[in-house]
Design a protein around this ligand. Structure first.
Ligand code: SAH
Length: 376
């Protein structure tokens, strides 16, 4: 009890420290971009959300697809195996995951692959790319007893120059993004500054945006309209695409967002499974925005790769989610079958993650992968 109280004290101190530090930074140096604010809140070494907190699960702030059900990792394992076979089983090769959280997805993927095709796990170099040393330690513990001996990397750039099969679940939304707001003087970067009350607020800054980045309706949308761009996300996609173009491979990314470019303010904070104000709990709430899959697809295609983006519901059902749930439920009691049904609804149903979440698959040109095409 005493320890819990002390920990809470310490975490409150860190949070208010970060809030105070950011306020002092703005007071001294002027407004900061949404991107700088987000990067500090998520990755400040002392008080950042991912560096200090346990975000996942019922005790945390949000639940992700691999944490909902083992079926998610099982179906992604089937996809990864199809990719390896479609590439004619190159050896050596890398099976990587970027932003692995608690390591649950990779644990499920390796367990499944070890059953489906043991050489995959024996011959593959397992790579975990994680920015948070604290989460990397959790992943090490999670994977210590399983098949495959992963290696940890800070960046995609550091991966061995080999054919790559890469998975990423909710990684892009965790990377900082910038906002632009339409004003009477054109589009201006939306900044975080301090109001008369000394609290954070938004203000239009000086920087404009390169007009070719804006969707076609930019001239006609009303003042106050927001447009978001994410150079950090674009850079990650560019690095992955360049690797695949040069060394071969396929990547699968799952995230929430839109397939078409769109206007709108999607900056959001989540704490204890409920939305909260983006300024209220710096370092103590998850900050995200919707991923612009159209922008990422343009970058991958620019590297000569094939890109397909579908809803998570379409992808999982196409990969056999219903059949897998049926198989798991076949000899189970009614309670377990009800839970499986609830997991299916949550992962793939329209009221769950099925429509809002998208799966983007990026491959070297000409690869045929399920569920879009059956490998021959
Ligand atoms: N994939 C997990 C966790 C998603 S949360 C799941 O679905 O449950 C985002 C994860 O990405 C965290 O592990 C976070 O530390 C990591 N991350 C954020 N930015 C990163 C970066 N630039 N490189 C690698 N990992 C990053």
């Amino acid at each position: 009890m005493g320890d819990v109280a002390r920990d809470t004290d310490r975490s409150c101190r860190r949070m208010s420290d970060l809030k105070d530090r950011l306020k002092r930074l703005i007071a001294a140096g002027g407004p900061i971009s949404v991107s700088e604010y987000m990067a500090a809140c998520l990755f400040d070494p002392e008080a950042g959300y991912y560096t200090t907190r346990e975000p996942f699960g019922t005790q945390g702030d949000f639940t992700t697809a691999p944490e909902i059900s083992q079926m998610y990792g099982e179906l992604l394992a089937v996809w990864a195996l199809a990719a390896w076979r479609e590439m004619d089983r190159p050896v050596p090769f890398v099976l990587g995951e970027i932003g692995p959280g608690r390591g649950t997805l990779m644990a499920d993927v390796l367990r499944t692959l070890n059953r489906l095709d043991p050489p995959f796990v024996i011959l593959g170099r397992i790579a975990m790319i994680e920015a948070s040393p604290r989460l990397a330690d959790i992943q090490r513990d999670r994977l210590a007893a399983g098949k495959g001996k992963p290696t940890w990397f800070d960046r995609v750039d550091d991966l061995p120059k080999l054919p790559l099969i890469l998975l990423g679940n909710e990684i892009f939304d965790a990377l900082p993004f910038r906002q632009f707001v339409k004003t009477a003087h054109g589009w201006r970067e939306r900044m975080v500054t301090l109001g008369d009350d000394g609290e954070f607020c938004f203000a239009a800054g000086m920087a404009g945006i390169e007009p070719s980045l804006l969707p076609p309706a930019a001239d006609t949308v009303p003042a106050g309209t927001i447009f978001e761009v994410a150079p950090a996300r674009d850079a990650l996609m560019s690095t992955v695409a360049a690797h695949i173009a040069k060394h071969g491979g396929a990547a699968l990314f799952a995230d929430y967002g839109h397939i078409e470019r769109a206007f709108g303010d999607t900056f959001q904070a989540l704490r204890a499974h409920a939305p909260c104000d983006v300024f209220e709990h710096p370092g103590e709430a998850d900050l995200t925005s919707h991923v612009d899959f159209a922008a990422l697809a343009t970058i991958a295609r620019g590297h000569g790769l094939d890109v397909q983006t579908v809803t998570q519901g379409e992808f999982l059902v196409g990969m056999g989610l219903l059949e897998r749930a049926g198989a798991l439920g076949a000899n189970a009691d009614q309670g377990a079958r009800d839970r499986l049904q609830a997991d299916v609804d949550r992962l793939a149903g329209p009221d769950g993650m099925g429509n809002l979440f998208k799966i983007m698959v990026v491959t070297r040109a000409g690869m045929k992968l399920p569920p879009f095409a059956r490998a021959d």
